[in-house]
Write a protein that binds this ligand. Structure first.
Ligand SMILES: *[C@@H]1O[C@H](CO)[C@@H](O)[C@H](O)[C@H]1NC(C)=O
Length: 255
């Protein structure tokens, strides 16, 4: 009786575990969708994408972010718009009303410089490329008259024209044509919400000064990097891009 009882229990257990097995999830991997070929970061035929990536990479490895962070913004502003280095000479000369404001700025720190996603556009005739280099950074302005640190977010697009040229040995190179900030692409936003009402006019003069000085200052630091980057790019990549530019063949897909 005892034996039969145990057998019944045993059979019951077996039946249960068989049922459990059937309901068990499949061994790892088998239930997952099959990988659809190797995961390529980018299509190898995507020349424009590769070129944009190579430019971005070159800017970053060329020290772009450090260069942005170390722009002597306060010195340039206080020296009246940088007449000493000829960058934006005389721009602030007429802004005598800003002098009291300038004297109140103890420090301006540039932090959090970033390169956002670089964009490429090809000219309608196909012979030129325009690389849009979107930059962003933050400014910490120490102005005791405003009662605290001001935090401003700055965005600016630099546009670099890239053309293909043949040297006198018949070799093709990519070189920088025009390089300038895109008109109207400077955005300055106040980040920290302090009691803005009493200082709106100071804030306006500050952004007025920054609007005059920053675009040319940033452009003067970024543009000189680009020729060096272009001459250091992968030879095949340069060759492929340059051939298409010389023949005016569109390869940048418009979005
Ligand atoms: C920079 O250019 C991109 C693409 O052309 C655009 O979407 C963006 O709004 C521009 N940024 C500024 C600050 O104008």
């Amino acid at each position: 009786m005892f034996l039969v009882g145990s057998l019944v229990v045993l059979c019951g257990l077996l039946a249960q575990s068989t049922a459990q097995l059937a309901g068990l999830p499949l061994p790892l991997g088998q239930g997952l969708p099959l990988p659809l070929g190797p995961a390529l970061p980018s299509n190898p035929t995507d020349l424009a994408g590769n070129f944009a990536n190579a430019l971005s990479g070159g800017l970053l490895s060329g020290g772009l972010l450090g260069i942005l962070e170390n722009i002597p913004l306060l010195d340039v502003i206080k020296s009246g718009g940088g007449s000493s280095n000829g960058l934006v000479g005389g721009l602030l000369g007429k802004l005598t009303s800003s002098v009291p404001l300038l004297n109140n700025i103890l420090d301006i720190k540039i932090t959090d410089p970033r390169l956002l996603e670089l964009g490429l556009v090809q000219s309608p005739d196909g012979h030129r490329l325009y690389a849009t280099i979107p930059l962003s950074l933050k400014l910490q302005v120490n102005m005791p008259v405003l009662g605290s640190f001001l935090q401003l977010a700055v965005k600016l697009n630099i546009t670099a024209e890239i053309v293909a040229v043949k040297d006198n040995q018949g070799r093709i190179h990519l070189v920088l044509g025009d390089c300038t900030h895109s008109p109207g692409s400077l955005q300055i936003t106040l980040l920290n919400g302090m009691g803005v009402t009493p200082v709106q006019s100071s804030l306006d003069s500050l952004t007025g000064i920054l609007t005059k000085v920053l675009p040319e200052l940033i452009q003067s630091k970024v543009c000189p990097l680009i020729n060096g980057i272009l001459s250091g790019l992968d030879v095949t990549l340069v060759h492929n891009v340059a051939e298409l530019l010389i023949h005016g063949i569109q390869f940048v897909i418009k979005v």
